[in-house]
Write a protein that binds this ligand. Structure first.
Ligand SMILES: Nc1nc2c(ncn2[C@@H]2O[C@H](COP(=O)(O)OP(=O)(O)OP(=O)(O)O)[C@@H](O)[C@H]2O)c(=O)[nH]1
Ligand SMILES: [Mg+2]
Length: 487
């Protein structure tokens, strides 16, 4: 039996799982889905008078989970309330197809004690349900056409979101933003395929065959659109995975102090002695929705001891690994030789932002002097007013620095949250682009249109893998296995 058939057979079973996270909570939800969901709920729940409850569609009903169901102490004994209720629950019944899975669904909301929830699941299994596999509820929603694949994956992203921004992007994708974004591209691709097919089928008739020049222009336009969608993925990946910012500078300029100020926590040790930080420290922070990994590093100078030299090597490694390097200088002292060395080393790095700290003290190094030194070292023309001026001690300028970091991380985002965030989707688009380029090359090489069509069809399959209709079972298996049980 192949996996599709296997899944369809499983669909006829009724599944059960705890939908709320493991652990204690005020409330906990047991979810049932499948043709027998209502029967199973009726078998394990009772009304206050001990009667078997009726389930009204889309209405919340108060019921009881009887002790006798949780601990049946004799065969054939009717689960009456007599000995009492283990829990008082609220039950909602969503008949097919207007439910999350498009099957009959019952949600039992009880108190969030793990033993109680486990007993309810156990009772449901006793009444004929089966434990759900990870992601099985969402997989059923996909197989029944309630969600496309990109939407189903967005459910996982929403649950895993660590910042509100990520949640917002995932929520839009759950509402179908990926299909909406790629829809026009797909339409044009299908049109070209149809045109070429018609040209071949009716070659002997009077259907005008598109000129190679026209087809080539069409393919090139598709390629441009694909490239645009792929470019959006760079931002999308940042939203999804975040990025790393490393603070570097000579000893004592206040890197650890700034690290603490940005994190709003005394995470790193700060002392007046240069060479305090010996090893890199990384902490996660939320930069207005972008998950950021902030790295504090050992001060850069000619190391005096082996541990210091090793620490300095790690600083450079951290800088090399970071998407943005914040190069920190001390505004209360003139530029030191170590500062100049650092400027020279960083000047040609693509993502470096020089900044001035200790601006609460009498100034001995201005933003103008720093930008002049930066330019002299070979750095790109940096505007004097673009240099962040902060005081890690008083907190002055920290908010402005945060905004500037955000702009540097995502320069042209403008509140737009419609872009690809999923690496699998980007991979499919990359495949599409490769196919389009092969098609273009086939055409330019004078190959027959049949050969061009093979590539265009391959491109369409890649595009369709994003939202699902032509996705292979293997990919589906991988996607839904990442979900937690109960989703
Ligand atoms: N006045 C003032 N002092 C600061 C400021 N930032 C840091 N300092 C002081 O500068 C000294 C060095 O601070 P650190 O944060 O340890 O400097 P660092 O760059 O991490 O130093 P290393 O770990 O040795 O490389 C400490 O005495 C801090 O209190 C600031 O904005 N203003
Ligand atoms: Mg330090």
């Amino acid at each position: 039996m192949d996996r599709w058939e296997d899944w369809r057979a499983q669909d006829r079973e009724t599944i059960v799982a705890v939908a709320t996270p493991a652990g204690r909570g005020g409330l906990g939800i047991v979810r049932l889905s499948g043709p027998r969901a209502a029967d199973v709920a009726r078998a394990i729940l009772r009304l206050q008078d001990g009667a078997v409850p009726a389930l009204a569609p889309r209405q919340v009903r108060r019921m009881f989970f009887p002790v006798a169901v949780a601990q049946p102490d004799g065969a054939g004994r009717e689960p009456a309330l007599g000995a009492g209720a283990l829990d008082e629950v609220l039950v909602t019944y969503f008949p097919a197809p207007r439910s999350y899975t498009a099957e009959d669904v019952v949600e039992i909301s009880g108190h969030g004690a793990p033993v109680l929830l486990a007993a309810m699941v156990q009772a449901a299994v006793g009444a004929g349900a089966r434990l759900a596999a990870p992601g099985e509820f969402t997989r059923r929603a996909f197989l029944h056409g309630r969600l496309d694949l990109a939407q189903a994956e967005a459910v996982h992203d929403l649950i895993s979101a660590e910042t509100l921004w990520q949640a917002r992007v995932a929520a839009r994708q759950m509402q179908g933003s990926v299909a909406r974004q790629l829809g026009p591209l797909r339409e044009v691709l299908v049109e070209w395929i149809a045109r070429l097919e018609a040209g071949i089928d009716f070659a002997d008739d009077d259907v005008p065959v598109a000129s190679d020049q026209w087809i080539a222009a069409g393919i090139a336009e598709l390629d441009r659109q694909t490239a645009r969608a792929l470019a959006g993925f760079r931002h999308g990946r940042i939203v999804r995975e975040g990025l790393t910012v490393a603070i570097v500078g000579r000893p004592n300029v206040g890197k650890s102090s700034l690290f603490n100020a940005l994190l709003a926590s005394e995470r790193a040790i700060v002392t007046a002695a240069p060479g305090t930080t010996r090893d890199t420290i990384a902490e996660a922070m939320d930069l207005d929705g972008i998950p950021l990994r902030l790295v504090d590093t050992a001060g850069l100078r000619q190391g005096e001891s082996e541990p210091e030299v090793l620490g300095i090597e790690r600083s450079w490694q951290a800088a090399a690994d970071a998407e943005l390097v914040l190069a920190l200088f001390d505004a209360s002292q003139p530029l030191q030789p170590e500062d100049t060395t650092l400027l020279h080393r960083l000047a040609h790095w693509p993502h470096c932002l020089p900044a001035l700290n200790k601006c609460d003290l009498a100034p001995r190094l201005s933003a103008a002097e720093l930008t002049a030194a930066w330019a002299e070292a070979g750095g790109d023309g940096m505007a004097v007013e673009a240099v962040p001026l902060v005081s890690a001690r008083t907190g002055g300028g920290i908010q402005a620095l945060r905004s500037q970091l955000r702009r540097r991380c995502l320069p042209d985002l403008d509140g737009n949250s419609d872009f690809l965030t999923n690496a699998r989707h980007a991979g499919c688009l990359q495949e599409l682009q490769n196919a389009l380029r092969r098609a273009g090359a086939a055409l330019a090489g004078g190959l027959p249109h049949e050969a061009v069509l093979v590539d265009l069809h391959a491109g369409l399959r890649s595009l369709d893998e994003i939202t699902g209709p032509t996705t292979t079972e293997d990919i589906l298996g991988v996607i839904f296995a990442r979900f937690c049980v109960g989703k």
